[in-house]
Write a protein that binds this ligand. Structure first.
Ligand SMILES: Nc1ncnc2c1ncn2[C@@H]1O[C@H](COP(=O)(O)OP(=O)(O)OP(=O)(O)O)[C@@H](O)[C@H]1O
Ligand SMILES: [Mg+2]
Length: 271
């Protein structure tokens, strides 16, 4: 499982050559992607700039009212996904673009109304169309893998309230678990978890999944979500989970970055 972070933007397709190498070697590969940066650009073009909510505990998230969800889908499904599928196709990989809506693959529960700061004002947000994953059904991607295709999967997810935005890192982790993946490589525009997010040399090379709190405290915003998702995937049986830099030449095959390991492995690495 390879997750291409939305933060990679134009550099998302760098990993495609590695996907081809893996598929040629007989591996089954699933790609999951985000697309926040592309959606922000679509929003600017349509005169619907992205707005953010800040929750009472300081978490910042995309405000996804109906117009923003539409913008997000235009960006992720209309631009990012065809770019990835085309890049894979040009390398001879038979990729199939899907979202969580297809085949009932990913269902989510809408986040409840909450108090937040929006455009400097404290409001109760009732119209946010984002949610938490509730169920993943891997039968469609499994069918495609068995037939030799590479599924390219992204938000949104299905719900009784219509499509919902869900975090792409959580989606990748949940799919990796549902597909019993051996490996989850999460690529973004940073070398991995950084002790100081402004210093790329401060890379943390391993996070113990049985005691990750100290490391979660280093992450801000969506990086915290990314870490939680990685810890959950490793705890749920995905053998290798690594956060790595997607901006390198061979980002999947050479992925070093931050590994999620047992306490014993963590201490062995440190000594
Ligand atoms: N301690 C940290 N170390 C590294 N990055 C951090 C840290 N704290 C916060 N970040 C931020 O986390 C970002 C990566 O997470 P983010 O979810 O925004 O990107 P993504 O997963 O690539 O995008 P998407 O979720 O849309 O696919 C980095 O760009 C960085 O700015
Ligand atoms: Mg993310």
């Amino acid at each position: 499982m390879v997750k291409l972070g939305g933060a990679l933007d134009d550099e998302m397709t760098r990993a495609c050559a590695d996907v081809r190498t893996l598929v040629s070697g007989g591996a089954e590969v699933v790609v999951v992607h985000g697309g926040g940066a592309a959606a922000d650009r679509v929003g600017t073009e349509l005169g619907r700039p992205t707005r953010h909510l800040t929750s009472r505990d300081g978490r910042r998230s995309r405000y996804t009212d109906a117009a923003a969800l539409d913008t997000l889908m235009l960006g992720i499904l209309g631009r990012v996904k065809p770019t990835i599928v085309t890049a894979l196709a040009s390398l001879g990989v038979r990729a199939v673009g899907l979202s969580g809506l297809d085949g009932g693959m990913v269902t989510a529960t809408r986040n409840r109304a909450s108090r937040a700061i929006l455009d400097g004002m404290e409001v109760i947000v009732r119209d946010d169309l984002s949610g938490r994953l509730s169920d993943v059904d891997a039968s469609l991607p499994n069918t495609l893998l068995a037939a030799g295709f590479v599924p390219v999967i992204s938000p949104p997810a299905l719900s009784t309230d219509g499509p919902l935005n869900v975090d792409a890192d959580r989606l990748a982790a949940a799919l990796a678990v549902a597909l019993s993946a051996d490996t989850l490589v999460v690529l973004s525009n940073v070398p991995g978890l950084l002790r100081d997010r402004h210093d790329p040399a401060s890379l943390i090379t391993s996070v113990p999944v049985d005691a990750p709190e100290e490391y979660l405290a280093l992450a801000e915003g969506r990086m915290k979500v990314k870490l939680r998702a990685a810890v959950e995937a490793r705890r749920a049986g995905v053998g290798t989970v690594v956060l790595a830099d997607g901006r390198t030449d061979s980002p999947v095959l050479t992925a070093t970055g931050t590994r999620f390991v047992t306490r014993e492995e963590h201490h062995a690495r440190a000594s």
